[in-house]
Design a protein around this ligand. Structure first.
Ligand code: BV8
Length: 236
């Protein structure tokens, strides 16, 4: 049998063991910041400096040399290189650990901390340091229009056509390190569960755990390399 198309969805849990906070864990991001203050277009219009400060701090944390891809990121990159069939890694994470591990068939559906966007000319480009309301756009030079290239609540996720096309064709859907609390990502399993194998790999049952054909619970750095070995042995 030909190798099925695989769609893998990841969330903040896959980067926890690399030292990055998740959102909903007790010491998570939403325990210290309100979504309404930092992760909506309304918040940015109301207080751009507060929102920029929130993302500047996360962008700076990502540059800490101690923050590196872990065994789960690396195993998924190996699967990307060696999988004979179609594959798409859809991450909700705005960190660049999948990219740094070497994943290529990768979509950041909620954007990237390492990119900035200009609201004046629409240019999107790599961004290393801090952004402020005074930061000029490298493309059009206008100041006051630069924002993090991330998807806020109430905004359309990125590359939904490419994601939906892969979901339409997928024979195996795997969800890793996500609480299943945010849509449309949390709805993907419902879209495919009647025609594809579905597997959850998470520290604890997610909100949609009952929708998966199989669920394995434990740390990503243990579950993901084992899953990749297994699936490559089966079809590799
Ligand atoms: C939209 C980027 C229209 C910014 C993020 C339907 C019903 C109800 C509400 C809605 C709905 N449709 C839309 C909504 C509104 C909203 C929504 O879902 N609200 C929720 C709160 C109810 N959705 C939106 O606004 C979205 N836009 O819908 O546009 C539309 C509709 C249809 C089709 C197209 C468009 C946009 C949402 C995107 C917001 N931006 N991030 C930033 O990063 O600051 S969301 C952010 O939170 C993440 O990206 C992620 O998506 C989400 C959830 O976080 P997780 O990654 O899952 O992390 P969490 O902490 O929650 O969980 C971690 C998990 O890991 C836990 O389960 C834990 O057990 C596990 N774990 C921990 N350690 C480990 C581990 N697992 C393994 N190993 C470990 N070591």
């Amino acid at each position: 049998m030909a190798a099925p198309t695989i769609v893998i969805l990841t969330g903040a849990g896959i980067s926890r063991e690399s030292g990055l906070h998740t959102f909903r864990d007790p010491d998570g991001i939403w325990a210290r910041h309100r979504i309404e203050d930092v992760a909506t277009p309304e918040a940015f219009a109301r207080d751009p400096a507060l929102v920029q400060g929130f993302y500047n701090a996360r962008r700076a944390a990502l540059r800490d040399p101690a923050i590196r891809p872990n065994a789960a990121h690396e195993a998924l990159a190996e699967l990307d290189w060696r999988w004979p069939g179609d594959l798409l890694l859809v991450t909700q994470n705005v960190d660049d650990l999948h990219d740094r591990a070497g994943s290529r068939r990768l979509v950041h559906m909620h954007g990237e901390l390492a990119k900035a966007r200009c609201l004046r000319c629409g240019a999107v480009g790599p961004w290393e340091g801090d952004l402020s309301p005074e930061t000029p756009c490298p493309a059009c030079g206008a100041a006051g229009g630069m924002r993090p290239h991330v998807v806020w609540f109430g905004e359309l996720p990125l590359e939904m056509e490419r994601i939906e096309a892969a979901l339409d064709d997928c024979g195996l859907f795997v969800s890793i390190g996500t609480s299943g609390a945010v849509y449309p990502a949390a709805g993907f399993v419902r879209e495919v569960r009647h025609r594809a194998e579905t597997l959850e790999l998470n520290l604890e049952p997610s909100e949609g755990s009952h929708l998966f054909g199989e669920a394995r619970h434990g740390p990503a750095t243990v579950l993901v390399p084992a899953f990749v070995r297994e699936v490559l042995a089966r079809w590799g």
